[in-house]
Design a binder for this molecule. Sequence first.
Ligand code: ADP
Ligand code: ASP
Ligand code: MG
Length: 449
Amino acid sequence: MSAFNVAKFGGTSVANFEAMSRCAEIIENNPETRLVVSSACSGVTNILVSLANGVKNDNERLELIEKLRAIHVAILSQLNDATSIEPRINALIEKVATLSEVACIDVTAKLTDHLVACGERMSTHIFAQLMRERGIDAVRFDIRQVLRTDSTYGKAEPNLEQTRTLAEQNLIPLCKKHVVITQGFIGADIDGETTTLGRGGSDYSAALIAEAVEASGLEIWTDVPGIYTTDPRIAPNARPIPEISFSEASEMANFGAKILHPSTLLPALRHQIPVFVGSSKAPQEGGTWVRQTVESAPLFRALALRNNQTMVTLRNPKMFQAYGFLADVFTILAKHKISVDLITTSEVSVSLTLDQTDTSGKAPELPLDVKKELEELCIVEVKQDLSLIALIGNKMSEKKGSAKAVFGTLEEFNLRMICYGASPHNLCFLLDSDVAKEAVKRLHIDLFE
Ligand code: ADP
Ligand code: ASP
Ligand code: MG
């Protein structure tokens, strides 16, 4: 294991000159931090995603590009000497402008990845220069030379072996000499084409890179001092959790707690890398440690909310006491590479939710050809505008009364789907999006406050 610490800074942490300077201070305070993974400046990826979806109105498109330029120029203007990086930022903005025009003619996932990757490519130029101006020997490194993925644009899968080999060749030697500033979120496939890991993917990048360099620690610096009992924006009395196990935190991330990308903890768990989550605005407030083993295993640990859920219900009266229906359904889904998230069944129907985490951020759709094929088997109903709430805890299905506490609180809500007992760590249910935040608030009051 190397003595490297990997520190990741999210969008709000690098939103402007002051925020970036606070990150620099955090890096300076820990000499073991040799590798820094940065997101795009706050708001930038959202603008890039809009452009990638094709903004046909010229004025609107140019306005978005000017907004993008303004975010970066504001930081450049506060540097002592931006002359070396200004042309690079300008070149990237020009690239965005050109690709945005192409996106008006044809939106593709490949083009989207090229376009949205420009955010992290810009922020890291600026971050590295800011560090150098503070007297740190910092270099910017293009992570596409190391983070090798497949070609699933928008939600690429990393190739761990190749990433490790490339890190050994290209990255570790560099970290021994300099503090390396690199991009989260982006990678490249075998042909060198740019890919992305899905929205919020910088956390996952940081963990993958930490694994590849065998880091001794991974720090996720964000805008809240740790992982809370639920999103503090929804429940004002949510409180930070000082220590949480990998499995509990993974479930939280999986079920939508935006604080961590769903896959972040997989590499950390594989290599037993302790993860710290803290606020770059207030590092003195401490944060959350995510570890393999922790002292407490409370019945209720946290609540997570995931929006934009799509539920597919497949009904077939002939399914009653028959066999083979589910196998047929899953054969069709597998053939079309449709990934299923939750599932419940009854005698004559099966309901499932579709997996979703790609860069577009849209609710997943059941493609028309898949729907048609399923309709040959059964009646297909697709429902969107749903949200999933997950209660994360320990041994909930073994403890008497825990379901009563939850469903008592949710009495007035129309629950569309309930999954309970398959995992000792979660109980989750689907409900209409417009009432989901209220349900989280009430559950938080009754179970955590
Ligand atoms: P970054 O840009 O640093 O990656 P994100 O916006 O992706 O930051 O994630 C941080 C946000 O996650 C917080 O501001 C908070 O609103 C939200 N969040 C959701 N669930 C939780 C939770 N359980 N604990 C803390 N923050 C949470
Ligand atoms: N910039 C990307 C996003 O906003 C990745 C990240 O910040 O984690 O989704
Ligand atoms: Mg994030």
